[in-house]
Design a protein around this ligand. Structure first.
Ligand code: ATP
Length: 235
């Protein structure tokens, strides 16, 4: 579904990605793990067109997307939930969800999807008329994920969904990530510092160090890999 071929992404003269290749098949949950500054966020921003690669190619469903604008990439069905959530603070929960659906024409299904989201995150139903900016951190993360789901993405990319959240909320969010993958067959590309958690929900994983992929394997094998355990699992 998604193929990154030897991409190099720069910030001015800084080469953040030094030739990254990855493949994600439809229906998979893939996680990209690595230390601070390894290039994980840059990888997602390269796919979504915010930080397009200077060299290399990215294909989605066989189509080259590395030269497309971010809005065109969204319209193909790629949604990016950035780190730090970024919901619309002055819009209500329902207005935020409506914004997620703005590219859709199937109005009759939008309401149904909103009801589905309220079953995933009942707290958002209780808060539907409250301004997004007044929600707790965990609720804002739920809203950010829900807003992306309203676009009915084929590929959902999430950057550090666990960041700054209480363990009980993190578990809920990771359960939902699995549920979305199973129920909607949404393909998920998950960037996480919490490698232990990410590898428990993912099918496969990639390890990134200093702008390069250094290891890839099934999530199960990565969880029992001695080098991964030592560097990323704190074991
Ligand atoms: P973290 O887990 O800390 O978020 P990361 O793996 O997501 O880290 P990136 O944010 O992709 O890493 O950063 C990769 C490298 O690119 C880092 O060295 C970072 O300092 C650099 N970088 C990121 N954004 C910019 C920017 N806007 N301008 C210059 N350098 C940047």
């Amino acid at each position: 579904m998604l193929k990154l071929s030897n991409i190099q992404t720069f910030y001015g003269n800084i080469r953040a990605l030094k030739g990254v290749s990855m493949e994600i098949s439809e229906g998979e949950i893939i996680t990209l793990i690595g230390a601070n500054g390894a290039g994980k966020t840059t990888t997602l921003m390269s796919v979504s067109g915010i930080a397009p690669p200077r060299f290399g190619e990215i294909h989605f469903m066989g189509e080259a997307i590395h030269t497309m604008s971010p809005d065109r990439i969204v319209s193909l069905g790629i949604c990016h939930v950035p780190e730090g959530r970024r919901i619309f603070p002055y819009l209500t929960v329902m207005e935020n969800l409506d914004m997620g659906a703005f590219l859709r024409n199937d109005k009759e299904n939008i309401e149904k999807d909103m009801e589905y989201i309220f079953t995933l995150f009942p707290i958002l139903a209780d808060r539907r008329n409250q301004a997004g900016g007044t929600l707790s951190g965990g609720e804002q993360q739920m809203l950010a994920i829900s807003r992306a789901l309203m676009a009915r993405p084929r590929l959902l990319m999430m950057d550090e969904p666990s960041l700054g959240l209480a363990p009980i909320i993190v578990r809920r969010i990771f359960d939902i990530i699995q549920q979305i993958n199973i129920e909607n067959k949404t393909t998920i590309f998950l960037v996480e510092q919490n490698a232990n958690l990410a590898l428990k929900v993912a099918h496969r994983g990639y390890v990134m160090e200093n702008g390069r992929i250094t290891l890839t394997d099934s999530a199960e094998n990565l969880l029992s890999n001695e080098a991964v355990k030592k560097a990323y699992l704190g074991l």
